[in-house]
Design a protein around this ligand. Structure first.
Ligand code: ATP
Ligand code: MG
Length: 382
C-alpha cells in the first residue's frame, strides 16, 4: 500500500514543548488536507498518511510540504515485514541507471536478519533485475531505504522530498503584518509564519486616490500567503483623512515620515485589539529613503511593542527570489498604485531628525486622526 511518511525536525521537541509543538503541527497538517480523504497516524517521531486516493498523492505531498514544521516527506510502499515483499517493493523504487545503495533500519529486532544482511540481499536483487546499475556505498546517486517497524510492517522508499522546515504556525505568538501591495511585505509575512507566528494583516487604503484594484491586489496577496499562514484576516483601514491632513499641514518632504508613524500607531492599536504582541513590516535597511536608520528610528519611536523587520538585511534580489518561490511575485508586480505613491514628495527627507519630526507633526491632532481611522476599518476574512 502507498503511504506518505511525514517527518518533522526534532530540535524543538524538548520536554513539555513536545505536546505543544506536535498538536499545532498535526492540526496544521490536517487543516491543509481538509479536502482530502485519508487516515492519519503517528508512529514514533513521524506521521503516516494512508488510505488516500492515489490520484490525490501529488496534491497531498504539495500541501504538506508547505506546512511549517515539516522537515521532509517520503512516498513509501508499506508491506509486511517479509523479505520477498520487501524485495518486490524495493525493485519498484530502484533507479533506472547510475549508482545506488540500500540502507536498512531494523527497529523490529525480531526480524530474523540483521540490517546489513537485508541491505546486501535486497541490493543483490536490485542488481540482478538491472545489471546496468552499480553499487556505491559512499557516494551513491540513489538510495533505497528499508525501515522494518515494530508492528510487523516495513516501509520501503526512495527519494525524500524536502519540506519548508520552520516552526508550526501557532507556536510563535501572534503578530500583525503591515501588508502593502508590494514585493516585500508578503515575504516578511512568510518569514514570520515560518517561525511559527500566527498572523493577521493590516492594509492602509486611500480611496478614492487609490483604486479598488489596488485594494483587491492586496487581498489577492493575502490569499497567496494564507497558504503558509493558514489563517488570514485583513483589516483594511481608511487612510485618506490622515494623508489629506498631512498633505495640507506638514512640509511635503515629511509626508512619508509622518505617514509611516501613523501607520505604525494604528497597526499597534489593531495588534493590541487582537491580543497580538508584535508588528511586522517588509522594511530592508537602506532600500529607499523611508528605510534609512533615521527613518526607521522615527517610525519605531511611536511603537511600544516589538516591531519585527525580517527582511532588514536582505538584498532586493534575495527578497524577489523568495517572493517567486512562494508564488507572490506575479501579483506583487501588478501595476496598481499604493497609497504611498499619492502626494509623493519630490525630495523626501532621507535622514529625518526625530525632534524635527515631532515638531512638524505637532500641528496635527494625532489622537483624533488615529481614532477616526480605527473606526473606519473594513475587516476581510480571507
Ligand atoms: P513593500 O514591497 O512591502 O510595499 P516597499 O519596499 O514598497 O515595501 P515601503 O513602501 O517603504 O517599502 O513600505 C515599507 C513597509 O511599510 C512595507 O513593507 C509594509 O510593511 C508597510 N507598508 C507600506 N505601505 C503600506 C500600506 N499601504 N498598508 C500597509 N502597510 C504598508
Ligand atoms: Mg510598497
Amino acid at each position: 500500500m502507498k503511504v506518505i511518511i511525514i517527518r518533522y525536525s526534532e530540535i524543538h521537541l524538548k520536554g513539555n514543548n513536545r505536546e505543544f509543538f506536535e498538536s499545532a503541527l498535526v492540526s496544521n497538517i490536517k487543516s491543509v488536507l481538509k479536502n482530502f480523504r485519508y487516515d492519519f497516524s503517528r508512529s514514533n517521531a513521524r506521521y503516516v498518511v494512508r488510505n488516500f486516493e492515489e490520484s490525490d498523492l501529488d496534491d497531498i505531498v504539495e500541501a504538506v510540504k508547505n506546512v511549517f514544521g515539516v522537515h521532509s516527506l517520503s512516498i513509501a510502499e508499506e508491506v509486511n515485514s517479509d523479505l520477498q515483499q520487501i524485495s518486490a517493493a524495493a525493485l519498484s523504487f530502484a533507479p533506472a541507471s547510475g549508482t545506488f545503495k540500500v540502507v536498512t533500519n531494523r527497529a523490529d529486532k525480531r526480524f530474523p536478519m540483521p540490517s546489513m544482511k537485508v541491505s546486501a540481499e535486497i541490493g543483490g536483487d536490485i542488481l540482478e533485475a538491472n545489471p546496468n546499475l552499480k553499487v556505491d556505498l559512499f557516494e551513491p546517486e540513489h538510495t533505497v531505504y528499508i525501515d522494518i517497524r515494530e508492528n510487523g510492517k516495513t516501509f520501503v522508499y526512495g527519494e525524500t522530498v524536502k519540506a519548508v522546515n520552520g516552526m508550526p504556525v501557532g507556536t510563535g505568538g501572534k503578530g500583525v503584518v503591515m501588508l502593502s501591495g508590494g514585493i516585500d511585505s508578503p515575504v516578511a509575512a512568510y518569514m514570520m509564519a515560518k517561525r511559527g507566528m500566527t498572523l493577521r494583516a493590516v492594509h492602509f487604503h486611500s480611496f478614492p486616490y487609490t483604486s479598488m484594484q489596488a485594494r483587491q491586489k492586496v487581498l489577492d496577496l493575502a490569499k497567496i500567503i494564507k497558504k503558509y499562514t493558514l489563517h488570514m484576516t485583513v483589516d483594511v483601514v481608511g487612510f485618506t483623512e490622515i494623508q489629506t491632513a498631512i498633505h495640507e499641514k506638514c512640509p511635503e518632504e515629511y509626508m512619508i515620515t509622518i505617514m509611516r508613524r501613523f501607520m505604525m500607531r494604528i497597526s499597534e492599536r489593531i495588534a493590541k485589539l487582537h491580543g497580538a504582541g508584535a508588528v511586522i513590516t517588509g522594511e530592508s535597511l537602506g532600500q529607499v529613503a523611508s528605510q534609512t536608520l533615521e527613518s526607521i528610528t522615527s517610525t519605531n519611536s511611536v511603537a511600544t511593542i516589538p516591531v519585527f523587520r525580517p527582511l532588514i538585511g536582505f538584498d532586493k534580489d534575495e527578497i524577489i527570489e523568495i517572493s517567486q518561490r512562494i508564488g507572490a511575485f506575479e501579483t506583487s508586480i501588478l501595476p496598481y498604485e499604493d497609497c504611498c505613491t499619492i502626494f509623493l514628495p519630490k525630495r523626501p527627507v532621507t535622514k529625518p531628525r526625530l525632534e524635527h519630526v515631532l515638531k512638524v507633526e505637532s500641528v496635527l491632532d494625532v489622537d483624533k486622526l488615529v481614532e477616526n481611522a480605527l473606526s473606519d476599518i473594513d475587516t476581510v476574512v480571507i
